[in-house]
Design a protein around this ligand. Structure first.
Ligand SMILES: NC(=O)C1=CN([C@@H]2O[C@H](COP(=O)(O)OP(=O)(O)OC[C@H]3O[C@@H](n4cnc5c(N)ncnc54)[C@H](O)[C@@H]3O)[C@@H](O)[C@H]2O)C=CC1
Length: 301
């Protein structure tokens, strides 16, 4: 199976590149300058030129706060560009897997969100990702949209790397304790995407495999609990650690509002695709171990 991955540098794109081989698959990454989601004119040609059995769109405008003052570009990349990728997949007659976000919800529900719950994004980023969901569904019948949340990995910028850096600089960090979600390893997302890809290719007529699904790490936490676990694992491994001071969202104002409840109910994915991501704590341990190991190697060099 040859997977065309849109995006070259992102957490999910790099995780797909790393995990594909372990699954006997090949991931071919295509991104700027060859494919720019903000420039629809070159997208289909770049995808046809790359060629593959399935397209995964792992690229997006992901700067949540910056998007508040950059609506046009966020909508071009996350909305229009995503639709053009899906349209190209349809004309190539291959399935498309698109990534979306918990930020399509306003976070006011008192239980984990299901796929058919009403959407109501709080900011420009969430609204632009919702446009993308609608465009993908309109352009390609043979699609899967995977909403995920709180993504971290050994790659790029993310909460785990930020916490480990801060632990090296401070004794205490203030972390919001009134937002809940599921920390999700991009490496687990990659494993999940590869399993979903195989299902789509092996069962081209099965409609239950197509459509919208939630895919996040198993179990829930607040950001403060997530940070405390990062420090606990790091400290066990002899890495940097800090004390977590729980704070309220209102103590940490940001340009974009975040949902208080980002919990995603992933039952539909399990029932249709047989995919369940591992408990968030076990995947977090793998990532922290790897980051501390890499930092030690760097120092030894
Ligand atoms: N990071 C997170 O916590 C969450 C991410 N998601 C979604 O998951 C997907 C993957 O996210 P990450 O890997 O964390 O993102 P990332 O921010 O690590 O990577 C985004 C990638 O998109 C590429 N990109 C940006 N603009 C582009 C353009 N105009 N043309 C081509 N490529 C472009 C970047 O170069 C980068 O490779 C995205 O769709 C994101 O919206 C959903 C929920 C949470």
């Amino acid at each position: 199976m040859r997977i065309i991955v849109v995006g070259k540098e992102g957490q999910v794109a790099r995780s797909l590149a790393e995990r594909a081989r372990a699954h006997g698959a090949q991931a071919v990454l295509v991104g700027r300058p060859k494919l720019d989601l903000a420039d629809p004119s070159g997208i289909e040609d770049a995808l046809i030129d790359t060629g593959g059995d399935v397209i995964v769109n792992a690229a997006a405008y992901t700067a949540v706060d910056q998007a508040e003052s950059d609506r046009e570009l966020a909508e071009a990349i996350n909305g229009i560009g995503a639709g053009v990728v899906a349209g190209a997949a349809a004309s190539m007659n291959v399935p498309v897997i698109h990534l979306s976000t918990d930020y399509v919800f306003d976070g006011t529900a008192d239980r984990p969100y299901r796929e058919d719950d009403p959407v109501s994004p709080l900011g420009v980023y969430g609204a632009s990702k919702l446009l993308g969901e609608e465009a993908v569904a309109a352009e390609a019948e043979n699609h899967v949209i995977l909403r995920t949340a709180w993504v971290y990995s050994p790659f790029g910028k993310n909460f785990v790397k930020t916490m480990l850096r801060l632990a090296g600089e401070r004794e205490e960090v203030g972390i919001v304790a009134d937002q809940q979600g599921s920390p999700t390893s991009a490496l687990d997302i990659a494993d999940g995407i590869i399993a979903v890809s195989r299902n789509l290719i092996e069962r081209p007529e099965d409609r239950s495999l197509r459509g919208l699904f939630h895919m996040a790490g198993t179990g829930f936490a607040t950001w403060a609990e997530f940070a405390a676990e990062i420090f606990a694992v790091s400290s066990r491994l002899g890495g940097p650690s800090a004390k977590v001071r729980p704070i309220a969202t209102s103590d940490f104002p940001t340009p974009a509002k975040r949902p208080a409840n980002s919990r995603l109910d992933c039952t539909k994915l399990k029932e249709a695709h047989g995919v369940v991501l591992p408990p968030w704590r076990s995947s977090l341990e793998v990532c922290v171990k790897r980051l501390i190991g890499e930092a030690r190697k760097e120092v030894a060099r």
